[in-house]
Write a protein that binds this ligand. Structure first.
Ligand code: COA
Length: 386
């Protein structure tokens, strides 16, 4: 098996933009290849993460993005698992390179979520939930996660103010991230005073509706050394599908995320305590707390304590820094591209390019990207510096 490396990364602006999906993708591609030969000279195949065709009434994104990138006549496929699509594109690229099928594969994702406003995005996202009972009852992403948050607050000592600290920390990190959608800090009062979207979740507990694209070039170790001054190694991969229906889901323990992360740790030969930085799927603040527990960063019911500086945490917590990018909450959540924006942050941390938010000596990163309700589908990756 060949080692897979990430040789280059790029994103479009993330936020509310006038740019159509094509321009978002072009911006991400241009940044990725800024210091490399033309994509057509490098890329053997392409995987595209895209959540929904409803935003721009467009399927066939594999072919389309290959055409836009000048990459015709090579394999190009769309991957779909709602918000986990981007990480699944990355996983497929890594699998192909590790197996020696291709030397260089582009994993990319794009979503033009604002095309139909918040209402259009809400309807498009509802397609990720179980149809027979739950969609027809009018359930939305925030209301599904509100059920989880209610149960979590009921079964633990965690309060809405504790969850607010997660939003505050992620906005603070985003303020130091030039890629982030919301480059502004907020305080706990602002979060707690914001309007309820679906109680107990308020505006500042929610990731925003975001336009954006991201691209990650995955290559063999040899090609990465030829192409780029810096690369990072994809040391571990793990995925797991759990359940789509909220009625079938465990509302307090994200078993699918636990399984996917455990597979990625095992593949990489590491333990949770080895992870320096992690990008985890904080679509809603409660998710970050629950994921911190599921992937082994904190004991059950105490994931919120990972917002504290490592020196101030209780024994039993790891020293990991979570969502240094600002997370989905404040960097933004362009659904099909989100898993790849996580990889972009890890690449920048592991290559020392994270500027004011750089974690000193960051050597190992965990990425956890989820699709559907909570851990309906989880894709986890471990990346290491070289
Ligand atoms: N966090 C902080 N501020 C936000 C925000 C967010 N998530 N979303 C919007 N805002 C701010 C805007 O900047 C704007 O501020 P301004 O008045 O100072 O300009 C204001 O709130 C209104 O923005 P708007 O876009 O009209 O909000 P909205 O009420 O239409 O949408 C949500 C807000 C939370 C309902 C929407 O962002 C949402 O649905 N988020 C969840 C997306 C989702 O489910 N993703 C998938 C998860 S699996």
């Amino acid at each position: 098996m060949t080692d897979a490396h990430i040789a280059a990364v790029g994103t479009s602006p993330l936020g509310w933009t006038d740019l159509p999906g094509r321009d978002l993708f072009s911006r991400a591609l241009a940044e990725t290849f800024a210091d490399l030969p033309d994509p057509a000279e490098v890329v053997d195949a392409l995987y595209v993460g895209a959540q929904s065709e409803r935003y721009e009434n467009q399927i066939m994104q594999g072919t389309l993005l290959a055409e836009w990138a000048g990459l015709q006549n090579r394999p190009a496929e769309r991957v779909e698992a709602c918000a986990a699509a981007g990480a699944l594109a990355l996983k497929n690229a890594v699998r192909d390179v590790r197996a020696g099928v291709h030397d260089a594969v582009l994993a990319c994702g794009v979503e033009k979520m604002t095309a139909g406003g918040t209402e259009g995005a809400t309807n498009a996202l509802a397609a990720a939930f179980e149809r027979a009972l739950e969609q027809r009852s009018g359930i939305t992403a925030p209301s599904q996660y509100a059920l989880i948050a209610r149960r979590y607050l009921h079964e633990t000592d965690v309060t809405e103010a504790d969850l607010a600290e997660i939003a505050v920390k992620n906005h603070r990190n985003a303020a130091a991230n030039p890629r982030a959608m919301f480059q502004r800090e907020v305080d706990v009062e602002t979060v707690l005073d914001s309007e309820y979207v679906a109680p107990p979740l308020k505006l500042y507990d929610c990731a925003p509706v975001t336009d954006g694209a991201a691209a990650v070039l995955v290559t063999s170790e040899r090609l990465a050394a030829d192409l780029a001054a810096d690369s990072v190694r994809v040391a571990g991969v793990g995925t797991a599908a759990n359940a789509l229906a909220v009625a079938e889901s465990n509302l307090t323990y994200l078993e699918g995320a636990d399984v996917a992360a455990s597979r990625a740790y095992e593949d990489a030969g590491i333990e949770p305590g080895d992870v320096d930085v992690a990008e985890v799927h904080d679509a809603f603040t409660v998710c970050e707390a629950m994921l911190a527990e599921a992937v082994g960063f904190a004991p059950e019911g105490r994931g919120v304590e990972t917002v504290r500086d490592p020196a101030e945490r209780s024994p039993g917590w790891t020293d990991v820094h979570i969502n240094t990018s600002g997370g989905l909450k404040a960097r933004g959540h362009p659904i099909g591209a989100t898993g790849l924006t996580q990889a972009v942050e890890a690449y920048e941390q592991l290559t020392g390019r994270a500027g004011d938010r750089q974690i000193p000596d960051a050597g190992t990163a965990l990425l956890v990207n989820e699709g559907g309700l909570a851990d309906a589908h989880t894709a986890a990756h471990v990346l290491t510096g070289v």
